[in-house]
Structures are given as structure tokens and as C-alpha cells.
Design a binder for this molecule. Structure first.
Ligand SMILES: Cc1ncc(COP(=O)(O)O)c(C=O)c1O
Length: 462
């Protein structure tokens, strides 16, 4: 069997400039990266240029990009219409930022509402993290309760309440039916282990029992309706969860940061026909720039309306006294016109081209499935819409984080490193995202690359 050491040696031979830049980066940034997720062993590739479906690294190697920056680039790199929209903001409107309301805030909001009927009112944020954070604060403010339920294996951003049991070692994660909260970061407040209750995904019976126990303290259940963006909830689980949360007076928050405009134009909620109370969006809506949205029921979202009272910045005496009644939500860059213009442009293109990406995603999945089958490697390709993952397992259904732990991640990592040489980029073991730029020729190129890599593995096996 070809060893990881061989593949790493190959990697080092092809990427000396990335290695050198990484060495320099380590002198300026902890671990050489600006976000922990950007790191992989022995050092990450440093990219220099993007064009359509392609990335070029600093050593001049070209790759089809299936990371797509973890999903936002639904039109690929440097789409001319997005570029024109950004330039137009300068040319016609003269500034990047007004610090006042502007018409595009409403125009883009109406477009999002069209695709997400559960969203009656919305607010813009600067990231998916801020969006889920604001959705939780809204839930606390509206229910007067301060616990949340979150599912094992689900990610909602980088702050204390939700940095639990995203990727827990199973030895510490408790029973499958009663997961234990496992911190994912140093520096979490100990009370989060009590205030965040971890739930088993796709297990309605045990989930319901846990929710019943905590119903008097629990403001909301937050979830990725597709775990990690590609593992489906069963319709029974999803509809059952909606019913039980409603019955228990717990708000249901869909974190559609990954699935919004990817599982379908209307996100996972459109596919399931389930109306959450609040929805968080991010990634695709900003067309590659930092942006998030929180939206949902009018009666909940109105909690942040300053016309109801005031906010922390209002200095008049009578207003200050009511500041605590209004949900605080502000941000220098909220509703940034440049980002909204690029995002809205990108959504209008996706409306026409989404089905094409979805069809090509399916044809790539089918091609891959056949290639793995021909080599006798068990594979499951879970995913909906324009995202999927390659899970090396003989499990016919993957329904939870724990199912994922049974996959052969070592082989997957080796395949991913071997693919670098054939011109395919993804962060090793990450999910695949496609864009409008991933056309038939890109899919054919990818399947050819896989054919070579899998043949190489087989050759070494014999
Ligand atoms: C489901 C989900 N929620 C929230 C976030 C956080 O978004 P951001 O990285 O924009 O802060 C992410 C990011 O990957 C995500 O996948």
C-alpha cells in the first residue's frame, strides 16, 4: 500500500514555495494561519490566484477547487458579474460604506424572503458566527430562558455557547443516546457545559426525552438541518422535532449557513417543508465576502427594533431607561453596500444556474461512485444540492456524527494528497462544494484524476 510518507514527500517536492511561506507565516501568526481550519499537516498550500473553478498555488501548480473557501463561492472564483457589481459600487455610488440605511438593504432582504418564506423580517450580520449568535440572543430575549440544545457534530461558529461536541473524541462523548458536552476549545466558561445540552441527531425518541427534561430552561434548539452540510435528517426526525419543540415552547433555529442556496435555493427548510422560528444564513449570500443574516418570525425579530424603545447608544435619558428592553444588534459593517451588491448579483445568477450545478454535482457523484466500485472500495457519497462528501465506509446510510467516525479517514487523506498531484484541491477529508464554473470539462478532468489516483492505490496494493 502506498504510504502517507511517500505522498508527503511528493507534496514537499511540488510545493517548496508554500513550505517557505509557511515558515515565514509561523513567525507572524500562531501556527502560521489566520484561522485554525486553514491548517493541515505538514503545512497548508498557499494559493496565489483563482479563476473560475481553478486555483493556482504559489509554486504554479493548478487545481480544480472543491473547497471553494468552505462553500461561499457558488459562482467560482472571479465571476465577471460579481466583479462588475463591486466595481459599480465604486463607479456609480462613490463609496464603500455609508453608515446609514440604503435601498439595497431592503432589496436584498426581499430576495432572501422570496426564497425563505419562514423569514418575515431579517437583520444583516458580518459572518455566520454572528448570525447564529444573534439568533440565540433573540431566542433568550423572546423566551426568557437561557439554555440551548445543540446536536452532536453540528458547527455553529466560534463562540462559547456552541463550541461543544462539534468533533468530540467518542471515548469522551458519552452514550449515543445521551451525548455529553465536550469542549472544543480552551477558555470556555464552565457553565456552558450546563447551559448547552447536547442532543443526538436523527434520534427523535431520545432527543424528545432530553428536551422534555430541559423544557423549562431551554430557549432554543439550534441545528444544521443537514449535519456538516451534507448528512440528511430523516423527514420523520425533522418534522417530529418541529412538532415537539413547538409543543414544549422551545424555539427551533435552523443554521443554514452551509445549506442556504446550496441544499436548494430555499435551503434545507425548502426541501423538508419545515418552518423554523429563526434562520441563520451566511457563506453563499455574501458571494465570497463576509456576511450573515438572521431572519424569522416577525414577532421574534421585532425584539431588536429600536422603534420599540432604544438601544445602548441612545443617550437621551428617557430612552436609556428602556435600553434593556430592546435586543442589542449593531455593527459598523452590517448591511455593507458593497457586499450586498455582490451577494444579490450572485443570487440572481444562481436562480438561473442552480439546477445546472446540482445536475453536475450528481453526475460527479455518480462517476465517483462507479470509479470506487470498480476498485472495490466501499464508498458512500452523502449530500444534497451542490455539496457532498466522500465517505469511505460500507455503511449504506450515514445518519450521525458517530456514523462518520467509522469511515476510513486514513485512506481518504491519502487519496486527497495523491489528488493534489493530479490537480484536484480540497482540504484533506473536507466536503466537496461545486460552483457554476464546475462545468462538464471540469467534472471529466476530476474523474480522470480520480481514475489515476485509484489505479495508483490499487497498483500498490497488489
Ligand atoms: C453551519 C455553520 N454555522 C456557522 C458558521 C460560522 O460562519 P462564519 O465562518 O462565517 O463565521 C459556519 C462556518 O463554517 C457553519 O458552517
Amino acid at each position: 500500500m502506498i504510504t502517507l510518507e511517500t505522498l508527503m514527500r511528493e507534496y514537499a517536492e511540488r510545493t517548496p514555495e508554500s513550505a517557505a511561506l509557511y515558515g515565514k507565516a509561523c513567525r507572524a501568526l500562531p501556527g502560521g494561519v489566520s484561522a485554525n481550519i486553514k491548517f493541515f499537516d505538514p503545512y497548508p498550500l498557499f494559493m496565489d490566484k483563482g479563476e473560475g473553478a481553478w486555483l493556482t498555488d504559489v509554486d504554479g501548480n493548478r487545481y480544480v477547487d472543491y473547497l471553494l473557501s468552505y462553500g461561499p463561492l457558488a459562482l467560482g472564483h472571479g465571476h465577471p458579474a460579481v466583479k462588475a457589481a463591486i466595481m459599480e459600487q465604486f463607479d456609480r455610488h462613490g463609496s464603500l460604506l455609508y453608515g446609514t440605511p440604503h435601498a439595497l438593504e431592503t432589496e436584498y432582504a426581499e430576495k432572501i424572503k422570496e426564497h425563505f418564506p419562514s423569514i418575515e423580517l431579517l437583520r444583516y450580520t458580518n459572518s455566520g458566527t454572528e448570525a447564529t449568535l444573534l439568533s440565540l440572543r433573540t431566542a433568550y430575549a423572546c423566551t426568557g430562558k437561557y439554555k440551548i440544545g445543540k446536536f452532536e457534530g453540528h458547527y455553529h461558529g466560534g463562540y462559547n455557547q456552541v463550541l461543544l461536541s462539534v468533533n468530540p473524541p467518542l471515548a469522551r462523548a458519552g452514550a449515543v443516546t445521551r451525548p455529553i458536552p465536550v469542549p472544543e476549545s480552551a477558555g470556555l466558561e464552565p457553565y456552558q457545559l450546563v447551559n448547552t445540552v447536547v442532543l443526538p441527531f436523527n434520534d427523535l425518541e431520545d432527543c424528545t426525552a432530553i428536551l422534555r427534561e430541559h423544557k423549562d430552561d431551554m430557549a432554543a434548539v439550534i441545528m444544521e438541518p443537514l449535519l456538516a452540510g451534507y448528512i440528511e435528517a430523516t423527514p420523520e426526525f425533522m418534522h417530529g422535532l418541529r412538532t415537539v419543540t413547538e409543543e414544549l415552547g422551545i424555539l427551533l433555529l435552523f443554521d443554514e449557513v452551509k445549506t442556504g442556496f446550496r441544499a436548494g435555493l430555499g435551503g434545507a427548510q425548502g426541501l423538508y417543508g419545515v418552518r423554523p422560528d429563526l434562520t441563520a444564513l451566511g457563506k453563499v449570500i455574501g458571494a465570497g465576502m463576509p456576511m450573515g443574516v438572521v431572519g424569522g418570525k416577525k414577532e421574534l425579530m421585532m425584539k431588536s427594533a429600536p422603534v420599540r424603545g432604544s438601544d445602548v447608544f441612545d443617550m437621551s435619558a428617557e430612552k436609556r431607561s428602556s435600553a434593556g428592553d430592546v435586543l442589542f444588534h449593531s455593527g459598523t459593517y452590517n448591511g455593507d453596500p458593497l457586499i450586498l451588491r455582490a451577494g444579490l448579483t450572485s443570487i440572481k445568477i444562481l436562480e438561473k444556474e442552480f439546477e445546472g450545478i446540482r445536475a453536475r454535482t450528481e453526475s460527479l457523484k455518480k462517476g465517483l461512485k462507479d470509479l470506487f466500485a470498480a476498485r472495490g472500495i466501499a464508498v458512500n457519497l452523502p449530500g444534497v444540492g451542490t455539496v457532498f462528501n466522500i465517505v469511505l465506509t460500507d455503511k449504506p446510510r450515514i445518519e450521525s456524527y458517530r456514523d462518520m467516525q467509522e469511515a476510513d479517514l486514513t485512506l481518504r487523506k491519502k487519496i486527497d494528497f495523491a489528488l493534489f498531484r493530479e490537480g484536484i484541491y480540497n482540504k484533506p477529508t473536507n466536503r466537496y462544494s461545486l460552483s457554476t464554473a464546475h462545468d462538464e470539462s471540469v467534472i471529466d478532468f476530476t474523474l480522470e484524476a480520480y481514475k489515476k489516483v485509484l489505479a495508483r492505490f490499487q497498483h500498490f496494493q497488489n
